[in-house]
Design a protein around this ligand. Structure first.
Ligand code: ZN
Length: 179
C-alpha cells in the first residue's frame, strides 16, 4: 500500500463541460412541460427540474443559494423572500443556471449581489448570462424594443429589474440613454 497525496479541493471545470446546457434548451424543456414561458414561470421551471424551492427571509445582500443534499442527492434552492419579486425571479434563473451548467461538478452555490461582484469568476458570469438569456430571450427582447425602448417598460414586460434590462441590452449590443 502506498500513500497517495490528496489533491487540494478546487473547483475545476472539467473539459467535458465546455458544452453547456443552453438557455434555449431549458426554454424548450419548459414549453414541453407546459410551463408558462411569456414571461417565464421560473418557480414552476425549477420544480420541473427537480429542485426543491424555498422562499425565506435572508439577511443583508443574500440573494439565494443552491445546494445538493449530500445524503439524498436532492437539490434545494433557497430564495430571499425579502427581495423584490423581479429580483427573486433573477435569483431563481441564476440558480437554475448553476444547476444545469455547473451542478455536475459543484454542489453548493451561495449568492449575494449578482451585479456587484457576480462576474468576478467564470461560473458566476455564466450563471448571470444564463439567467438574462432565460428571462429575456434575444428574439423576444428585440421584438419588444420595437414596442418600447424605455427601460421601465421593458422591465415591466419581462418581470425583471431595470438593472437586469440594462445588462441584457448591453449584452445584445444596444446602447443609448433611453435604455
Ligand atoms: Zn451564483
Amino acid at each position: 500500500m502506498a500513500f497517495i497525496k490528496k489533491k487540494p479541493k478546487v473547483v475545476k471545470i472539467p473539459a467535458s463541460f465546455e458544452k453547456l446546457v443552453t438557455s434555449e434548451d431549458v426554454l424548450k424543456f419548459a414549453a414541453k412541460k407546459g410551463i408558462e414561458v411569456d414571461p417565464l414561470d421560473v418557480s414552476e421551471l425549477s420544480v420541473a427540474l427537480g429542485i426543491k424551492t424555498y422562499f425565506e427571509p435572508m439577511e443583508g445582500d443574500n440573494s439565494g443559494s443552491l445546494k445538493k443534499d449530500k445524503k439524498t442527492g436532492e437539490w434545494q434552492m433557497t430564495v430571499n423572500s425579502l427581495h423584490h419579486p423581479h429580483r427573486q425571479r433573477f435569483t431563481i434563473a441564476h440558480e437554475i443556471g448553476h444547476h444545469v451548467q455547473h451542478g455536475a461538478f459543484k454542489d453548493e452555490f451561495i449568492d449575494t449581489n449578482f451585479f456587484r461582484n457576480g462576474d468576478s469568476n467564470r461560473i458566476e458570469a455564466e450563471a448571470n448570462k444564463f439567467a438574462a438569456e432565460l428571462l429575456m430571450p434575444k428574439d423576444k427582447f428585440d421584438a419588444y424594443l420595437e414596442v418600447s425602448s424605455k427601460t421601465e417598460d421593458v422591465a415591466a414586460h419581462f418581470h425583471v429589474s431595470s438593472m437586469a434590462v440594462r445588462i441584457r441590452a448591453k449584452q445584445l449590443g444596444y446602447e443609448g440613454h433611453n435604455l
